[in-house]
Structures are given as structure tokens and as C-alpha cells.
Design a binder for this molecule. Structure first.
Ligand SMILES: NC(=O)C1=CN([C@@H]2O[C@H](COP(=O)(O)OP(=O)(O)OC[C@H]3O[C@@H](n4cnc5c(N)ncnc54)[C@H](OP(=O)(O)O)[C@@H]3O)[C@@H](O)[C@H]2O)C=CC1
Ligand SMILES: Nc1nc2c(c(=O)[nH]1)N=C([C@H](O)[C@@H](O)CO)CN2
Length: 236
């Protein structure tokens, strides 16, 4: 059972991995606050389970700062912050500047500003954690998601810097998944190709990220680390 009533914040938790982790944390007795960008069935499901749901669009600095202000009006302490929100955008001519800016804001500026402005809320909880959800692809780059990969690599750097800055009161770690969940519009050819990229060759589902999150929350001697959860992609 959790040793504190301070809530856990998960950003972008209206669907998929963030939603699963929020549901599991609530089932384990944690209080949960989520950010969501658009209303989804998962957001209402979390409200029905007692979560606090805060609308937030991290695509601009003002949107991030507005969220921080509203978050602080809802709680004066936090057990953990999980930076899960993400935009997975491929390069597309004529939109590359907006796409890079969007992913920079969501993957780097939002974690940066939220960590700086909300570490005081974490300081009121023992233990206290920040978890950045990155991507295994930062290991070698991506020819099809250049800006996405670059901004996730920047998030990996934030993990190291904030771990050094916030120790010993707050642990800061990352989780770097490879394929966890397909998207509904992924066709059979894409799925076959993606599964073949890892040694284990499976679509594991969101529970493997929740397991990784609990390891980081529960372990008092891990900080500045990014857990690879990639089915052995680096072996192929
Ligand atoms: N799924 C996978 O196989 C993998 C996932 N990851 C990482 O794991 C994490 C979770 O993945 P997954 O569940 O698939 O993520 P999703 O693609 O479902 O995105 C999570 C949420 O981020 C929100 N979001 C997007 N843009 C913004 C924005 N500008 N402001 C605020 N929120 C925003 C989305 O909101 P909205 O609902 O409005 O679109 C969405 O609900 C991500 O960080 C992802 O990069 C890494 C490797 C593999
Ligand atoms: N925000 C998101 N990031 C990523 C997603 C996603 O659906 N949303 N999906 C992937 C892929 O699964 C990739 O790892 C394999 O094709 C990567 N990041």
C-alpha cells in the first residue's frame, strides 16, 4: 500500500500506456492526477475511479505554464511525476517546423518546466520520483522520425541533469520502450516488420511499462537511470 497520500501525476494519460498506468496505480490505492489534451472515454473512466483530470496542451510554453498553475491549485504535494505525454510525428514537408516545435515542447520543454516549477511539491513527499518516458530509438536514431527521436534524446539528457540536481530527496529516472502497443491503423505488413525488429518478437502491451514504473517508484537506490524495455531490439 502507498506510504503517502500525495498524488501521482501522469501526463497524457487519457489513453493507451498512460491510461493503463493510471488505472493500475488507482487500483493499488494511490491518488492520481492526470493531464489530458482531448476528452476520451479513458478520461471519464479515470474520473469515475476518482482521479483528478486536468486539461493540458503542452504544444506551447503558455499551455505548459497554464497547466502548472492549475496543477498547483489542485495539490500542494506530489508523490511522483510521470512524463508520458508524447506526439509521435514523422517528417512531412511543409509541416516539419511545426512538428519539431510541437515535439520539442511536449517531450522537452514540458518536462523541463514542470520539473523546475513542481519539484517543491515533490519535496513534500518521501519518497519522491520523476519518471521520463522516452524511447529506445534514441539508442541509434531514426531515419523516419528524426525530430521525434532528437527530442526524446533531449529528454534522456534531462533525466541525467535533473537526477543530479534533485538528489537526494527526489529520484529521477527514465523508461525507454520500443514497440509496446500498435496503433489501430498499423497494417499487417507494418506489424510483421515491427515485431521482427526485436529478439522476443512480441507486442507486450502496457503492463510492461507499469511494471517498470513500479520498479522505479519502489526502489530507493536507483536514480539517473533509463530502463530499456525493448524486447531485445539491440540484439538484432
Ligand atoms: N506505444 C508504443 O509502442 C511506444 C510508446 N513510447 C512512449 O510511451 C509513452 C506512451 O505511449 P502511447 O501510450 O502510445 O502514447 P500516445 O501516442 O497514446 O500519446 C499519449 C498522450 O499524449 C498526448 N499528447 C500528444 N500531444 C500532446 C500535447 N501537445 N499536449 C498534451 N498532451 C499531448 C495525447 O493526447 P491526445 O489524446 O489528445 O492525442 C495522448 O493521449 C509516450 O511517451 C511514447 O513516446 C515509446 C516507444 C513505444
Ligand atoms: N507518442 C507515441 N510514441 C510512440 C508510439 C506511439 O504510438 N505514440 N509508438 C511507437 C512505435 O511503437 C515504435 O516504437 C515501433 O513502431 C514509438 N513511439
Amino acid at each position: 500500500m502507498p506510504s503517502t497520500s500525495a498524488p501521482i501525476l501522469i501526463t497524457g494519460a487519457g489513453q493507451r500506456i498512460g491510461l493503463h498506468c493510471a488505472q493500475q496505480l488507482l487500483a493499488e490505492g494511490f491518488r492520481v492526477i492526470i493531464s489530458y489534451r482531448s476528452e476520451k472515454p479513458g478520461v471519464q473512466a479515470l474520473r469515475d475511479l476518482g482521479a483528478t483530470t486536468l486539461l493540458a496542451d503542452f504544444s506551447t510554453p503558455d499551455g505548459i505554464l497554464d497547466f502548472i498553475e492549475r496543477l498547483k491549485s489542485h495539490t500542494d504535494c506530489l508523490r511522483a511525476i510521470v512524463h508520458n505525454a508524447s506526439a509521435w510525428l514523422a517528417e512531412c514537408t511543409d509541416t516539419e517546423i511545426n512538428a519539431f516545435s510541437h515535439m520539442f515542447n511536449v517531450h522537452m520543454l514540458a518536462p523541463y518546466l514542470i520539473n523546475l516549477h513542481c519539484s517543491e511539491l515533490l519535496e513534500r513527499s518521501t519518497p519522491a520520483d520523476i519518471v521520463h518516458i522516452s524511447d529506445d530509438v534514441t539508442r541509434k536514431g531514426s531515419s523516419k522520425h528524426i525530430a521525434y527521436c532528437a527530442t526524446k534524446a533531449g529528454l534522456d539528457s534531462l533525466t541525467l541533469s535533473f537526477a543530479a540536481k534533485l538528489a537526494p530527496r527526489i529520484k529521477v529516472n527514465g523508461i525507454a520502450p520500443a514497440l509496446v502497443l500498435f496503433n489501430p491503423d498499423d497494417d499487417a505488413a507494418y506489424r510483421t516488420k515491427a515485431l521482427a525488429k526485436s529478439a522476443l518478437g512480441i507486442e507486450p502491451g502496457a503492463e510492461v511499462i507499469y511494471q517498470s514504473l513500479r520498479y522505479l517508484l519502489d526502489n530507493p537506490y536507483v536514480t539517473g537511470t533509463t530502463l530499456t524495455v525493448n524486447g531485445g531490439r539491440h540484439l538484432k
